[in-house]
Design a protein around this ligand. Sequence first.
Ligand code: ADP
Length: 272
Amino acid sequence: MVSMRIIREGNYDHRVKMGGHDELTILGDEFNELTDRLQKSENKRSRFVSDASHELKTPLASIKLLTDSILQNDMDMDTVREFVGDIGNEADRLNRTTAKLLALTRVDGQEKTESEIIYMAPTVERVIRMLSAIAAKNGITIESDLSQDSPVLILEDDLYQIAFNLVENGIKYNVPGGKLAVKLLRHEDNALLQVSDTGMGIPEEALNHIFERFFRVDKSRSRASGGSGLGLAIVRAIIHKNRGDIRVTSVPDQGTTFTVAFPAFDTEVDLT
Ligand code: ADP
């Protein structure tokens, strides 16, 4: 009882000590396991809050620095304009980061996953249309083959988010003149979305981390392109909510392929 009170008060590293093999000992073990889980989730939560604060602090610090220099120095109008432009860019970054943080907490907080049966091609096509101007601006050609379309059980908005993040990354981390191939495929009972780029690739030691929140391979480059390290964390969270899976293979300096798999709905028997 004393232990329960200690833990209820937030002291999650407390453990009960029991000897013997009776039911009370089993209860004690269960209790310790529960507190272990509580402690882990509490640690994760506080790390998330501190990472998120850090992410917001950096652009805010730049904005402060830029405004101070404008106020303290006698600048010509061109330099003032340049600095104000930088302030605008930092504000844009803050906007993008907060939007992604909200998206992430929304996926995390969702109890039951809402879904609908949709064909993937129209949504993927919409994403490609949306990003084709940015691709062209960066000299990237997008090739798509969406002929092997399948119906899947997912919210259209969620599929859009997944495809958008993957295609956007394939453009952002590509090289000028590079290519991006977007394909729908079928493998047994799975509907696949495959996004392959001819970009910079991901070093092997980073492959296990790219789906973690705030992880960036090259912090300065990703920052310059407005990256927050949250896109793939959101992608994975949405995919797992929808009974899907995501895999990545990459060869540095050659390119990266992301493959998303969902159970195809036309062969689905068990919906529970
Ligand atoms: P970001 O907002 O930084 O792009 P993501 O979560 O989308 O965040 O990606 C995490 C990191 O994984 C990126 O910073 C980048 O280093 C790496 N990455 C993601 N997609 C690719 C890709 N297609 N090619 C190379 N690196 C990638």
